[in-house]
Design a protein. Sequence first.
Length: 344
Amino acid sequence: MPKVIVLPGDGIGPEVVGAALEVLREVAPDLTLEECRLGGCAYEAEGDPFPASTQAALADADAALLGTVGGAPDSPWNTLPRPLRPESGLLRLRQHLGVYANLRPVQVMPGLEHLSPLRPEIAAGVDLLIVRELLGGAYFDPRREKGAEAAFNTIGYAADEIERAAEHAFGAAQQRRGRLTSVDKANVLEVSELWREVVTAQAANYPEVQVNHEYVDSVATLLVTRPERYDVILTENLFGDILSDLAAVLPGSLGLMPSASLGEGAGLYEPIHGSAPDIAGQGVANPAGTILSAAMLLRFSLGRSAEAERVEAAVRAALAQAPTRDLGGTASTAELTAAVVRAL
Ligand code: NAD
Ligand code: IPM
Ligand code: MN
């Protein structure tokens, strides 16, 4: 029986994960679901945001489903030594699992164009994939320091770190519309120059994929004005973090955006949004991004594409009937989840 580690986390995490579990239990009742702690809740209970108990449970797991971690702006968690903060727990989890390729699909599902704040002619038909390198760059570079008068971080990449993420992006482009846009800042940064060289060299192995390179600042505009230009976007960790939150404007809410993080072993699945302290505990969070992440888990870690498609179709139907508050609707988390389960 496949084993999935469930990490509700902090803030709205338990609310959106609870919704995804209702759906998973319906479409995959044979799964073993084991709940563990990650983030601020783990620090409070076990003194570590990525505790040994969670690490041990992951050892024989097929996948992990995560909600969100982190506190409000005034949370005492934000002044803990950095390794003890909730966000460090998440970064350590990603590193522990070796999940270097973060897939963040951006889709405006047919019939849901009206949920986008953008004009329907821009939003309609959007279907792109951001492949974000997840274990490199400023997030993990040990060359970092903070003093009272000065501080620095470093964006370092080794060629093989670029290569392995790019491989995922090329593979995805082959399966999709055959276009790959590599996003960098090569007009200013040496690390982007290397990024561009590595991607260009790799392109020779994928003659059927059409590759181009664009600067991240320009992509920030084009992504939300001419999204049809993009099929697969490949970019480094920090650029990918920012561009994917921006891309959420296309479908209409951060709450709609799922992700899959893949590497050598078990995959990690999580919505791209944070713990939303401003609405936590109110039962109004949009669970769609987490439910769609569970669909990605079924597809990529368990090879259950038919079930994944069933879930995706049900989410689409439910959002048409019962949009949540972030989408201009009135449905609660529970009401949208019930609509998804009914539509399965
Ligand atoms: P956020 O994504 O939590 O919230 C931004 C805005 O989007 C808020 O107004 C929030 O209410 C709204 N929102 C987000 N998800 C939603 C959903 N599912 N339904 C409805 N509305 C939703 O970003 P933030 O406020 O910058 O960060 C809050 C905390 O979350 C911080 O501690 C941050 O470090 C953490 N964070 C965690 C993750 C993660 O766990 N992967 C990701 C981003 C931020
Ligand atoms: C995300 C989040 C995380 C990131 C933070 C919480 C570490 O913003 O998953 O997008 O920056 O990767
Ligand atoms: Mn982010």
